[in-house]
Design a protein around this ligand. Structure first.
Ligand SMILES: [Zn+2]
Length: 308
């Protein structure tokens, strides 16, 4: 299929209460993992590039690769910009053929975030009806000892979200509800504010997005450390958290760390065990297959399997 506008994929997900996985990539193998997993699981899929990934792989190369791969499968594939910070990032990606973009003005004061998101939405909507995700609130773990007012200042405020979406014109909203990016999501207990997701969803009705939503698989971390790595104290979301977040209104879940950890775990082990091998395919091939398996498991967990 040609690349699909993410908004079209959201409609069914929102109606039927499941989430579509966003899987970040910057090379051939991660993209193959995501698209092949989607085809095998009959799942819609979002593949995403950050501005760093675009710099790494080249925007024309990466868009052409994604388009070509999407055309060879029967499931919908959306190409999304993850965390665009400037209007120029948005314009560049919309012009290059992305079917969804994120404008992240969450580090700006509210009025500036609204104004920036409005400009991004106007541009994307008037150029092929491209879907726009925005962010309100600051992502970060909720520690046990944090004061309530401090916590509320960081997390997405439901009433503010109503005004934000109305005035900015965004189609989907990334919410700050206690998750963080990277491998170290929680100190102590997992404290995602599910009630907050529920209130925001009831007020807005639009698709909500959960960032920083990797599980941080303990087995991968152990394997990395066993073969010379050093990743300590890493912690992520359990399966129940995904289910509860989706039940309360999340329709897109961003996963990057889990793929990177699995990739690194496989590569470290193979390189250690095959000292005479120097064909990159002998390392990258098995790593790609392992990442694909992780993605297939996520699709089942998110409820998107069988929905394409
Ligand atoms: Zn993010």
């Amino acid at each position: 299929m040609p690349l699909e506008i993410l908004g079209k994929m959201y409609e069914k997900a929102n109606r039927e209460r499941y989430a579509i996985g966003q899987f970040n990539f910057s090379n051939l193998e991660f993209l193959q993992s995501a698209v092949e997993a989607a085809e095998e699981m009959k799942s819609p899929v979002i593949v995403a590039l950050s501005t760093g990934a675009i710099k790494y792989g080249g925007i024309k190369n990466l868009v052409a690769l994604t388009r070509t791969m999407a055309e060879q499968v029967s499931v919908p594939v959306a190409l999304h910009l993850d965390h665009g910070e400037k209007l120029d990032d948005i314009k560049r990606c919309v012009d290059a053929g992305f079917t969804s973009v994120m404008i992240d003005g969450s580090h700006h004061p509210l009025e500036e975030n609204i104004a920036l998101t409005r400009q991004a939405a106007d541009y994307a909507h008037s150029h092929g009806g491209i879907t726009v995700e925005a962010e309100l609130g600051r992502l970060g773990g909720i520690e046990d000892d944090i004061k309530v007012d401090e916590r509320d200042a960081r997390l997405t405020d439901p009433a503010e979200a109503v005004r934000f979406v109305k005035e900015s014109g965004c189609d989907a909203l990334a919410v700050a509800v206690g998750t963080s990016h990277g491998a170290y999501k929680f100190k102590g207990e997992n404290r995602i504010d599910f009630e907050r997701i529920k209130s925001i969803k009831q007020l807005l009705g639009i698709p909500l997005v959960l960032h920083g939503a990797s599980s941080v698989d303990a087995e991968s971390v152990a394997q990395i450390n066993q073969y010379g790595g050093k990743i300590e104290g890493a912690k992520g979301l359990d399966a129940e958290s995904y289910t509860r977040a989706i039940q309360n209104g999340i329709n897109k879940v961003n996963i990057d760390t889990d793929l990177r950890l699995k990739w690194t775990a496989v590569l470290r082990k193979l390189i250690a065990e095959k000292p005479g091998e120097f064909d990159p395919r002998k390392f990258l091939g098995p790593a790609r297959d392992a990442v694909k398996e992780v993605i297939k498991q996520k699709m089942t967990l998110l409820g998107s399997a069988g929905k394409a």
